[in-house]
Design a protein. Structure first.
Length: 440
């Protein structure tokens, strides 16, 4: 019965969130404990310097690992798996660097636990600052991610210590709210999303047990069914470039304004980080270290950016397979379209206007995702994954995404809010969710 979570400022019961706002009394950084939370004997805290290239530790001849390598190795062996322990997330070093260093990041929010004697990294938790709007309130948050305890140290109550320590450091920065997602249910979600999957390489997906081969299906038929083609179709569809940042930022801000809970992207630097810096650097004709792929539609007549769509790479280790050891998965990231702002005919009543706009948006989002699938296939992804958040329900069925067996549960820390639609409770298809924040 949640010995830890019952002590925390989170809603304790479903359906009790009536008032919108903080749960704890008001505090200031002066009220925060200045010393780190006590760890069990034999362990020590360690700020992980993920930007430092090399670290030489221990005896003279131990091979040196950079600290980002250490985090990468810990997560590669011990991070999130699916229900049947067939696949485990394998975030790359470049990805972790991108995910953990947005504008204004705090390096002391990259928190490791080491074994005192050997220096071995056995625990990790991280936060990044992110400004959110939840309904009518706007506030700074820590977005908490990559909580991980080594498999050999599970169930020893280390996770609550990591969580308390990150909370302390976030509070020292005068930030009192957090957002996080998990595959598990703890007290108390504000919304739940479902995973969907779009095959691009059905032969491999069937071979590794990711997708079933249904009775009467053949690989040859699946290959034909899921082939996205070679060419994108939307006129003006092209890769996003740095010069697009301010238009994309404006478009995103307007688009995300429609959701009950959304990331703000207050500055163009945020957009530059999340869309451009993640695209990596060109080096001898090849793009290196790309973690995000972003495309825009530039209206051929006005040269204005009307749409943006993006995905990121997150491979999974295939745990017991003779032939393959890696599933190349792309995940839908942020997108936006000006179709939602289309003016209606002046004779339209509000209802007709909404219907028309929804229809326009559905068409545009389907066109964008059709093109995204072409690009994802070109870049050799085996599958495109998406959640039921944003307006994804407008295209999941039509683009042949199938329902996964996993869910992603969304939480706020020290903020009470009425439940937000995660897009899986809708009986009416093509209804947008209330969730406008995409976490990595
Ligand atoms: S979600 C991804 C989490 N990582 C994994 O799933 C990787 C594989 N698993 C592990 O590494 C371990 O199993 C972990 C738990 C580390 C998850 N979120 O130490 P324990 C509670 C929150 O004995 P272990 C992500 O990264 C559990 O209910 N709490 O357990 C976002 C129990 O509490 P209670 C969790 O299995 C993380 C207690 O921990 C989670 O050895 C957001 C047991 O501890 C979970 N995913 O280790 C964190 N799993 O008794 C919260 C278990 O009360 C942030 N537990 O039920 C909160 C905001 C903080 C900042 C606030 C600022 C203002
Ligand atoms: O990837 C997931 N499920 C896959 C594989 C299932 C393998 C057996 N358990 C799945 N495949 C079916 C796809 C199929 C494609 C063709 C059409 C029909 C469907 O369902 C799931 C998501 O569905 N992934 C996980 O469970 C991983 C963990 C998710 C929780 C993540 C929490 C992370 C929090 C960090 O912030």
């Amino acid at each position: 019965e949640h010995k830890f979570w019952k002590t925390q400022p989170v809603p304790q019961k479903e359906g009790e969130q009536e008032t919108e706002g903080p749960i704890d009394e008001h505090k200031t950084p002066a009220d925060v404990q200045p010393h780190p939370i006590a760890l069990p004997a034999g362990f020590e805290w360690s700020i992980v310097d993920i930007k430092k290239d090399e670290e030489v530790r221990g005896e003279c001849h131990t091979p040196s690992l950079s600290q980002i390598d250490e985090v990468h190795n810990l997560l590669t062996e011990n991070y999130v798996e699916d229900d049947d322990a067939m696949f485990r997330f394998r975030y790359s070093r470049e990805f972790l660097l991108w995910a953990l260093t947005p504008p204004g990041y705090y390096k002391e929010w990259h928190i490791g636990v080491r074994v005192q004697k050997t220096g071995k990294l056995v625990g990790f938790i991280s936060g990044i600052p992110v400004e959110l709007r939840v309904r009518n309130n706007t506030f700074m948050n820590a977005e908490i991610n990559f909580l991980c305890v080594h498999k050999k140290l599970r169930s020893k109550r280390l996770a609550p210590v990591l969580i308390k320590e990150v909370t302390r450091r976030v509070n020292l920065a005068n930030i009192w709210q957090a957002i996080y997602t998990a595959g598990v249910r703890i007290p108390t979600p504000f919304s739940t999303c479902r995973y969907y999957h779009r095959s691009l390489n059905p032969a491999k997906l069937v071979d590794i047990g990711f997708s079933p081969l249904r009775k009467g299906e053949t690989i040859a038929r699946l290959v034909r069914k899921y082939n996205p083609g070679e060419q994108t179709k939307t006129p003006g569809f092209r890769e996003m470039v740095p010069a697009d940042v301010s238009q994309v930022a404006a478009l995103l801000r307007r688009y995300l304004g429609r959701f009950d809970c959304a990331q703000l992207f207050n500055t163009d630097e945020d957009v530059e980080h999340w869309f451009i810096s993640g695209m990596g650097k060109e080096a001898n004709g090849k793009r290196e270290n790309q973690v995000v792929w972003a495309y825009v539609v530039e209206d051929p007549t006005t040269n204005l950016i009307t749409d943006v769509v993006s995905f990121y790479t997150l491979p999974s280790t295939i745990m017991q397979h003779p032939k393959y050891d890696c599933l190349n998965a792309a995940y839908m990231f942020y997108y936006a379209s000006d179709a939602v702002f289309a003016p209606g005919a002046s004779s339209d009543d509000a209802f007709t206007h909404d219907l028309k706009t929804q229809n326009l948006l559905d068409r545009r989002l389907n066109a964008l995702v059709t093109d995204l699938l072409v690009m994802a296939k070109k870049h050799d992804f085996d599958v495109v994954n998406a959640l039921t958040l944003l307006d994804n329900n407008a295209f999941l069925d039509e683009q042949m995404f199938g329902r996964g067996d996993g869910a992603l549960v969304n939480y706020l820390y020290n903020w009470s809010t009425a439940p937000i639609d995660g897009g899986m409770s809708t009986t009416a298809q093509r209804k947008s969710s209330g969730v406008g924040v995409v976490m990595l």
